[in-house]
Write a protein that binds this ligand. Structure first.
Ligand code: SF4
Ligand code: SF4
Length: 187
């Protein structure tokens, strides 16, 4: 007689715990995270629903969801969670997994934002706001987006015409180099 072996639905949650130390299995669906999340209105799958989906081992649904891409890492959820789950760390891991496993990023501007932001930090050691805004608009094929705000911000000294580099730019570049090497060694 064949004995059916039940699939371990907790494997996905354990994989996440192994990567970031957060035990999603302890979530008991109080919904305090979702109630305080400033980005919940954008998320198709709310934060507590994401936690439940992880507990149920719904890997596809979780990694293809838009939840972690809307998260702005404000930490409100973690502060409210009675189970002390550092949800931001879970979000980071999910973004990394989804990206590496080739899942489509449902929020188009997010990928461009990350690339352009990091390009600016690597070049100057800090964000060069004006260059960042122009570069991002080009990436999103909307070169004049928010162009009317430029002169106002410029007049108020919120935008600088030229970039300012940090003193120790060498160390920043070294950091990027090391991360790239680390990434290559993991492939
Ligand atoms: S850290 Fe992310 S998921 Fe948590 S409340 Fe802020 S935006 Fe929402
Ligand atoms: S606040 Fe914590 S325990 Fe409550 S639903 Fe969110 S993750 Fe689960």
């Amino acid at each position: 007689m064949k004995v059916a072996v039940k699939e371990d639905t907790t494997a996905f949650a354990k994989e996440i715990q192994q990567k970031c130390g957060q035990d999603v299995l302890t979530c008991y669906q109080c919904r305090k995270c979702t109630m305080g999340c400033p980005m919940a209105f954008k998320m198709k799958m709310k934060v507590n629903e994401l936690m439940r989906a992880i507990q149920l081992g719904l890997r596809e649904e979780v990694l293809s969801s838009d939840t972690m891409w809307w998260c702005v890492s404000c930490e409100t959820c973690a502060t409210r969670c009675p189970q002390d789950i550092e949800i931001v760390e879970v979000m980071d891991v999910l973004r990394e997994m989804a990206f590496k496993e080739g899942y489509y990023i449902p929020v188009e501007s997010i990928e461009a934002f990350h690339k352009v932001f990091l390009r600016s930090v690597e070049a100057y050691g800090r964000l060069y706001e004006m260059g960042f805004a122009m570069d991002l608009n080009l990436q999103l094929k909307d070169p004049l987006k928010d162009a009317d705000l430029g002169p106002v911000m410029f007049a108020k000294g919120k935008l600088k015409l030229l970039p300012h580099k940090v003193k120790d730019l060498k160390s920043v570049k070294k950091l990027f180099e090391n991360v790239r090497k680390l990434e290559e060694s993991r492939v």
